[in-house]
Design a protein around this ligand. Structure first.
Ligand code: NDP
Length: 288
């Protein structure tokens, strides 16, 4: 679209606390620039008590949507007009999309993971071991179930959180799922196709070790990590050394941005441009 003589941008953005540490703006604006989109992404610091007013403000100013990060992913829901399928199952929204005059809540965390996974495999019929049962694990598990995974074993330290997620998967998505309580090094069952770290182990600590019995990790298994900083976690390095195919957390982060830009603008953005912008913003070496 020619922007000549048009001084009004389409607006999207992010509402969170701790917004200054969130690099998403850099990769989204890189995509807008690369694709000649007359759009802006505004990173906004919003306190919980101001969320309702902020969403009303976004409507009043004609925002086309916005990301929600911590602590607004659940509390934003009453301020929206509807939810997409996975956001409704998860009970959490990280991406609001204006459709007509309605603000609809979606969740792109798990969709970003799936897009990253799609570069190496189709989850349909696969057996998955998922470490963690927090927000990221929940988002990933729900999307994997919706995409037809056969079985998801949740391995988590807290039994209550872990069994709640396994129950949600069984009852709402009719997939085989159970909790294995995490005590010592977890031994993978034979027949595991995909292993995912969706805990915060490894965040800002390249040497942090996930308690996994590496001797049970056979080559050919796909190993994914949600940790984006640093992207080459100890799990990723160990898995590579055992001949596994690996997916880092930066891929998930970039791809959830890709899904968001697609939702808002209808344009499929170039993921490489977005990853490069993110790597530069995080001070990571190229192709880290
Ligand atoms: P939550 O706080 O909701 O969940 C954290 C999970 O990690 C829980 O399952 C918790 O177990 C587990 N955990 C934390 N520390 C330990 C430990 N020392 N030993 C065993 N288990 C542990 O966080 P989120 O799910 O929101 O985020 C998790 C990670 O995912 C974060 O590091 C975040 O950066 C990353 N993330 C990455 C994204 C991406 O796009 N790449 C998107 C979203 C998140 P328990 O239940 O027992 O407490």
């Amino acid at each position: 679209m020619s922007t000549h003589g048009n001084f009004l941008h389409e607006l999207v953005g992010s509402m969170s606390q701790g917004a200054a540490g969130n690099p998403t703006v850099v990769m989204i604006e890189a995509a807008f620039k690369h694709h000649g989109l007359h759009w802006r992404y505004i990173n906004m610091e919003v306190a919980p008590e101001d969320l309702a007013a902020a969403v009303r403000g976004a409507r009043a100013m004609g925002f086309r949507g916005f990301n929600c990060s911590l602590p607004h992913k659940v509390t934003v829901i009453p301020h929206l007009d509807g939810l997409g399928e996975s956001a409704s199952v998860m009970g959490a929204v990280n991406c609001v999309v204006r459709r007509g005059d309605k603000f609809i809540g979606e969740n792109t965390d798990g969709k970003g993971f799936l897009k990253s996974l799609a570069t190496v495999t189709d989850p349909k019929g696969k057996t998955v071991v998922l470490f963690g049962a927090g927000g990221a694990a929940r988002a990933i598990a729900v999307e994997l179930a919706l995409a037809g995974a056969k079985r998801i074993t949740i391995v988590n330290r807290s039994e209550s959180r872990g069994s709640e997620l396994a129950r949600l998967l069984r009852e709402k998505l009719s997939i085989e799922s159970e909790l294995v309580s995490w005590r010592g090094d977890h031994a993978l069952a034979a027949g595991t196709d995909i292993v995912i770290n969706a805990t915060s182990i490894g965040l800002y600590d390249a040497d942090a070790r996930l308690c996994l019995d590496l001797s049970t990790l056979r080559s050919g298994v796909i190993v994914a990590d949600v940790i984006g900083n640093p992207p080459r976690t100890r799990l990723i390095r160990d898995a590579e050394a055992r001949g596994c195919r690996v997916l880092d957390g930066l891929g998930m982060l970039v791809n959830q941005g890709v899904v968001g830009v697609q939702y808002w603008t209808g344009v499929e953005p170039d993921a490489c441009v977005m990853r490069k912008a993110l790597e530069e913003a995080l001070g990571l070496p190229r192709n880290s």
